[in-house]
Design a protein around this ligand. Sequence first.
Ligand code: UT7
Length: 333
Amino acid sequence: MPNPIRATITATSKYLPEKVMTNHDLEKVVETNHEWIVSRTGISERRVVEDGQATADMCTRVAEEILLKRAITADDIDVIIIGTVTPDMLFPSTAALVQDAIGASNAWGYDLSGACSGFLFALENGVNYIETGRYKKVLVLGADTMTSILDYEDRTTCILFGDGAGGVLLEPSSDGDGIIDSLLFTDGSGGKHLCMPGGGSLNPATVETVKQRMHYIKQDGKKVFKVAVKGMADISLDILKKHDLSGKDIKLFIPHQANKRIIDASVDRLGLSPDQVLINIDKYANTTGATIPIGLAEAVEEGRIQTGDYILLAAFGAGFTWGSTLIRWGHSK
Ligand code: UT7
């Protein structure tokens, strides 16, 4: 018998730092050019945190706006889950810092490392907490300060990423609307193709690891590109097929924003028209765990999602990790 309780998104929010770094700004830092970046990635500019600002600060702003929109207090929050690979520090968790900053005195929480799929993984956690009936209000955030781990001497990676945060509030619903299903995968054999080798227990920080630039992102772009194109399209088709739906049933597809060419390949395979796809990579670049919740918040702000609409989310990233989530939109702020 299907579970009568579904988790539904009742509020969304996003935060992007004010500071803009354009492709032309990057031309002054590394040997690159605006035309190459736009044609190969779709990115024109990205946002960058101020000195002293980091992931918890961006998450706090998102959480506070969600509380305001939903007209609840921080005490009402039961759980805070944050998908991030750039926590303020290894511990305490970003969730703990946010819990304190907003004063969520009844909440517990944790960070989850799923890279670009981190928000979908965190969402699945939150959905399960709601569906058991044990928790009523779960904050699920995705946030990354990617500029803190970018090597501005490596033009193949430093042009790709930006900073940002987004999030949703999950609550129970009994009218059938909400998160319908998720398909999630990890294939750790792809780990070496996209990683930050330094700073963990294997290569703790030393003068040597810093000299070798091990505390920055390393990526085999071509390898990741090939797997991402197939992975994100396949998983999007799989979840639709599982629920007897096709591209034409989807009001809005909100894919991870890593490369416009990867998004276009998924859009082609799903047979979607441009108005069915959210693309903001031109403005924000790849904000890793934040791309999908930022996209959701933007879509709600722009009136692109209404109650009853089918929304499809899809991600692919380091791990490798990938996944898709199908939503029938309920009532949200
Ligand atoms: O969200 C996490 C998952 N990550 C991804 O999904 C990223 C997947 N990969 C990609 O998006 C693409 O592979 C990149 C955008 C990273 C690279 O695009 P590409 O079309 O695969 O370029 P490429 O690596 O084949 O490089 C083509 C040329 C090379 O020059 P040669 O060897 O042909 O002379 C590069 O050296 O472009 C050169 N190049 C650049 N030129 C100007 C590489 N980076 C740059 C740059 N500016 N920033």
